[in-house]
Design a protein. Structure first.
Length: 352
């Protein structure tokens, strides 16, 4: 009797295990957003600047230069190929901009120029500065890049980056029908200034609606219109119906930064809210160190905009009721099977 009961229980646990594995396989096969694989420890190359005599801060690994009006200077960076194969690299000098995550970005070769930018990287480096170089296995090459400052003295900082991107990486991998390439890039910051540092300043440009990755947002375009770097920026924003104090949407984000003379769109997600056409008010506060800004802006959303956005938007937290029902049904079946096996075990006569 005991042996038979143990056998029944073993069969029950086998069934439980089989169903559990089926559930895991089903959940694993659901579409998910997979995080991009991070870079391996050894990317196969390194980049270092050759710091010149006019370097302001000696203990950093980027160019922080004191320059003069009309000055021409050749900058040098060393690209070392540490792999056992020949590698090709693309090298460019890019204007520093602020991306929509509130991060200073050096990777864009031809970014849209901010309306407040008087003198930028494209104005002092020649158009043919971008170059592609091939470096043999375990070799290195010294790259030269020249700039000329304007004859008239400039205020504040010109900020950019020497961007070195690996081309045709060896570690391209196939992921089903998608080719995933773990390409890597280095950015060496480039700060040029002639006089004293200028404090950054912030203004609210436009408020609009947008769709980012199939999610609806109210976006507040913030512009740093001075040639100074804005650091440790915290933004707190909320949206109400015009004339009401009830918060419909809100978003707070800290530890952001802005390049000189740049702008970005601070996004306030709709989430589960179904906004209707009408008039709204944005309340936004921003803080960086001892500087603080407050903005209030009325804006309108019309019916066609609502329909266009909602037509292609995902509902981010809409539960998958079919999946939940299926899981519940499988659990009920599992419990019923185990219960039946236990019942049959207890009510089967002992033939011994």
């Amino acid at each position: 009797m005991c042996d038979e009961g143990a056998s029944v229980m073993r069969r029950g646990w086998k069934i439980l295990l089989a169903i559990s594995l089926a559930l895991v396989a089903m959940i694993w096969s659901l579409p998910t957003a997979r995080a991009a694989k991070t870079a391996e420890n050894n990317v196969g190359y390194s980049v270092r600047p050759v710091l010149p005599a006019n370097q302001i801060t000696k203990q950093v690994s980027y160019f922080d230069l004191r320059v003069k009006p009309g000055q021409t200077q050749r900058l040098q960076v060393v690209v070392a190929n540490t792999s056992n194969r020949s590698q090709k690299f693309q090298i460019s000098v890019n204007q520093a901009v602020t991306n929509n995550n509130g991060v200073i970005d050096y990777s864009q070769r031809n970014p849209k120029r901010d309306s407040s930018l008087k003198v930028g990287i494209a104005d002092i480096f020649a158009k043919g500065t971008a170059q592609t170089v091939t470096i043999p296995a375990n070799g290195q090459k010294q790259i030269s890049l020249s700039y000329t400052m304007p004859a008239k003295k400039i205020r504040g900082i010109i900020l950019g980056g020497i961007y070195v991107a690996q081309l045709n990486p060896e570690n391209a991998k196939s992921d089903g029908q998608i080719m995933v390439k773990n390409a890597f890039a280095y950015a060496i910051g480039l700060s040029l200034q002639e006089g004293t540092t200028v404090k950054p300043d912030l203004r609210l440009d436009r408020v609009a609606t947008a769709q980012i990755n199939a999610r609806n947002y109210v976006t507040a375009n913030l512009q740093n219109f001075q040639p100074g770097i804005l650091q440790k920026l915290t933004v707190n924003a909320r949206v109400t119906k015009a004339g009401s104090n009830q918060t419909l949407l809100s978003q707070k984000q800290g530890q952001m930064g802005m390049a000189p003379n740049s702008n970005f769109n601070f996004g306030i997600p709709w989430g589960n809210e179904s906004l209707v056409a009408g008039n709204y008010t944005l309340y936004l506060t921003a803080k960086s160190g001892d500087q603080q800004w407050q903005f209030v802006r009325n804006f309108a959303i019309n019916g066609p905009t609502i329909k266009r956005l909602n037509r292609h938007a995902l509902t981010p937290t809409q539960p998958n009721y079919l999946l939940y029902l299926l899981l519940l049904l499988l659990i009920v079946i599992l419990l019923a099977v185990i219960g039946y096996l236990i019942y049959r075990n207890r009510h089967t006569p002992d033939t011994k």
